[in-house]
Design a protein around this ligand. Structure first.
Ligand SMILES: [Zn+2]
Length: 381
């Protein structure tokens, strides 16, 4: 599958393309079925963009039209097929950057929809992507047996760097040694596992890994654990049954299942924590109004939101205030603008403030609390 998963390097490269002279059209589109027909919405966004005159030369206007046309063609002819792919885990939206003038057309598939918009400017509009990268956990997957160990980096549901990043392969023959060689065998095994721990340690620091997933034949996992330092054992998200020589696709599929289970368990715990705190009336809010209010007061530590939840609200064009229905901004007195999806704004705001965001996939957990809530750093006044 030739999907591009965004990395910080790609974003840096994209940024390097912009020299302030070439026009870019940046286009964000959600493809989740809950939001209706995405082709229709894309065409509507493109139509509006064509109507905006902007302060451009005739030549520039032609470039813009070519960019809009390329995006339109891509959505109509390619994206519709990609979304049908039985792999909904990755494609929940796209970010497209087109600059006919700069000779660029790039598409990034998103594992979560971002706020839909089209931005025409002399640099690509990449902030939403950087926010998305911040939000995702980086996993290191190690597949290990008595002789070999392979390490993969997994990010946003895909193996990054196309394949193994390190291969530990001890030459020792470790099958079933005769009794007299047993001690040597145990020593080699220990040496191998220690080496695996060492590489894990190095990679976790170098690649800013959050969590580790271990794949191995039976029993080996428990043996390996004994040789891992505590700081690594603490970060193990789970394990699966596999062989180091197994194909990448199969390893990815199993690792993803572990990731999903881990994230689901984590979301359950976070919602439990929210409920407990709400019960005792401490450092928590729920429902849109109170959550936005806490966010506006910089109180949010973890924003907890039902995945895919969308509701309209208002935003102040001057100070960035977010609210549910205030016609006049209570902060600066400006007339507010209606926004179709205030949740996207809230998520971006939370990430910008350095808060974490938990998307709750199991809707039944969070719906009774009003679809959205937050754990707070401190009480409001
Ligand atoms: Zn304001």
């Amino acid at each position: 599958m030739s999907r591009k998963i965004i990395t910080f390097d790609m974003i840096k490269k994209l940024r390097d393309f912009s020299d302030g002279k070439n026009l870019f059209t940046s286009f964000y589109l959600s493809t989740v079925p809950e939001r209706g027909d995405f082709v229709e919405r894309a065409l509507e966004m493109l139509r509006k963009a064509r109507k905006e005159p902007g302060n451009y030369s005739e030549e520039e206007r032609n470039f813009i039209e070519e960019d809009l046309k390329s995006i339109e063609d891509f959505v109509k002819n390619t994206l519709v097929h990609q979304v049908k792919d039985p792999d909904p885990y990755i494609v929940k939206g796209v970010a497209i950057f087109s600059s006919k003038q700069g000779g660029i057309f790039q598409v990034y598939h998103l594992p979560n929809p971002l706020r839909e918009r089209i931005v025409i400017d002399y640099s690509p509009f990449i902030r939403p992507l950087t926010l998305l990268l911040d939000e995702y956990k980086r996993y290191l997957v190690v597949v290990v047996d008595y002789k070999k160990a392979r390490f993969y980096e997994m990010f946003m549901g895909a193996i990054v760097d196309t394949g193994k990043i390190v291969d530990v392969n001890q030459k020792a023959r470790l099958i079933s040694p005769p009794a007299r060689l047993k001690r040597k065998y145990d020593y080699k095994k220990a040496e191998h596992f220690l080496k695996v721990g060492e590489v894990l340690d190095i990679l976790m620091q170098a690649k800013e890994i959050d969590l580790v997933i271990i794949g191995s034949p039976d029993r080996i996992k428990d043996e390996l654990y004994l040789y891992l330092p505590f700081r690594i054992r603490q970060r193990i998200a789970g394990s699966f049954h596999a062989d180091p020589d197994e194909k990448l696709d199969s390893i990815l599929e199993k690792a993803r299942k572990v990731e999903e289970e881990f994230e689901r368990e984590e979301e359950k715990m976070i919602v439990e924590e929210l409920k407990d705190r709400l019960k005792t009336g401490q450092l928590a809010v729920s429902g849109l109004k109170d959550t936005l209010d806490a966010l506006m007061h910089n109180q949010v530590q973890t924003l907890i939101v039902e995945s895919g939840y969308e509701v309209s609200g208002v935003r102040c064009p001057v100070c960035g205030f977010l609210g549910t229905d205030e016609e006049i901004c209570p902060v600066c007195g400006t007339k507010t603008l209606k926004v179709q999806d205030i949740i996207d704004d809230a998520i971006e705001e939370a990430i910008e403030q350095g808060a974490s965001v938990e998307h709750v996939i199991n809707k039944d957990l969070i719906r009774p609390l009003g679809h959205i809530g937050a754990l707070l750093r401190f009480e409001g006044s």
